[in-house]
Design a protein around this ligand. Structure first.
Ligand SMILES: [Zn+2]
Ligand SMILES: [Zn+2]
Length: 336
């Protein structure tokens, strides 16, 4: 079969590789139909995050079930499903705690399309093997266009975990999103915070294209946040230590800082005495994709969150390698 691999910064290409096969009960084979380009893929393609040459790429997947191992009762052949980016068994102690990005049944952080251990391949492929079908897959709602939902596969869950659990604890939170890179995750955080009812959602970003999307979601866009009105929840979707230091300065007593990427330019300088007295919680980490997916779909179904306010540059499947290197805000490859 064909799959797309990262060759070097700026270059992806299709290559031949053996088809995956079912390796036991509880598994599924899925044929990807729509694959979105995660902000993380942009970092790989631009060389901002290291990825070995020859690595399969793509991990935002909506596909069709084409084979099922014994014991998978929850899904049927031909059904359209979301495939989460990360491999998770659903049964180990971490999965049962919701830490599905840290499953103990597979090599640490095993995922599709990120150059990680486990050999699970990438989403830009004719087939992917899903080793824990019942735990990993989620049905695509009947009658809904899969292209319009592709943002819900991966980046919206990443944004959901950055806002939803914190807003659940503090529904009146004043929310600030510091945008930049990862761009789409930051914008989804804006959209989700508004959909989930946050009374104030401010967005800071100098980029006019991203600022326009944040306005479409209903955020107030600021060049610089006011220093005299601290925030209860600050999402740092900007990979600089300056953004992180700014977030900690702007945090109200009892606030949560939620980082959706590491700082790529070094360690921040933090006034720990001030943070101690204000009582600040800092949440940083890769998302737990499967765990966050249910809440994300609920926000879509019940709260009016739409991932497709971020404009999607839709390309033919064959054109995915070139499109992955484009400067579009978001890209989805669609199999005809
Ligand atoms: Zn991703
Ligand atoms: Zn597990």
């Amino acid at each position: 079969m064909r799959h797309a691999v990262f060759v070097e910064p700026g270059k992806l290409e299709w290559r031949e590789t053996p088809e995956p096969v079912l390796q036991g009960s509880g598994e599924a084979l899925v044929r990807p139909l729509v694959v979105g380009r995660c902000d993380l893929d942009v970092a790989f393609v631009r060389g901002l995050m290291p990825m070995p040459g020859g690595s399969p790429i793509g991990h935002e997947i909506i596909g069709e079930v084409v084979a099922l191992g014994d014991g998978v009762e929850e899904f049927s052949l031909g059904q359209r499903v979301f495939v989460p980016a990360q491999i998770s068994c659903g049964a180990c102690v971490n999965c049962r705690r919701g830490l599905t990005g840290r499953c103990n049944a597979v090599p640490f952080a095993a995922s599709y399309g990120m150059g990680r251990e486990g050999g699970f391949g990438g989403g830009l492929a004719d087939l992917v093997r899903v080793p824990f079908a019942a735990a990993m897959l989620t049905a695509v709602p009947a009658g809904v266009d899969a292209v319009g939902l592709i943002g819900m596969a991966d980046m919206a869950p990443d944004a959901w975990r950055a806002v939803a659990p914190h807003l659940h604890r503090h529904p009146e939170a004043r929310v600030l999103v510091l945008g930049g890179m990862p761009p789409v995750i930051g914008l989804y955080a804006v959209g989700l915070a508004i959909a989930l009812g946050a009374p104030v959602v401010d967005y800071v970003d100098a980029d006019p294209r991203r600022a326009a999307v944040a306005r479409d979601y209903g955020a107030r866009v600021l060049e610089a946040p006011p220093l005299d009105e601290p925030y209860d929840l600050i999402v740092v979707a900007n990979p600089t230590k300056a953004a992180l230091e700014q977030a900690f300065r702007l945090a109200a007593p009892g606030a949560t800082i939620s980082s959706v990427s590491p700082a790529v330019d070094g360690a921040p300088e933090l006034d720990t005495r001030s943070l101690y007295h204000r009582g600040i919680t800092w949440s940083i980490g890769r998302p737990d994709c499967r765990h966050a997916h249910d809440g994300t779909l609920s926000a879509w179904a019940n709260c009016g969150f739409c991932s497709d306010l971020v404009p999607t540059h839709q390309v033919a499947w064959d054109d995915a390698p070139e499109a992955w290197a484009s400067d579009a805000l978001y890209v989805a490859a669609v199999r005809s």
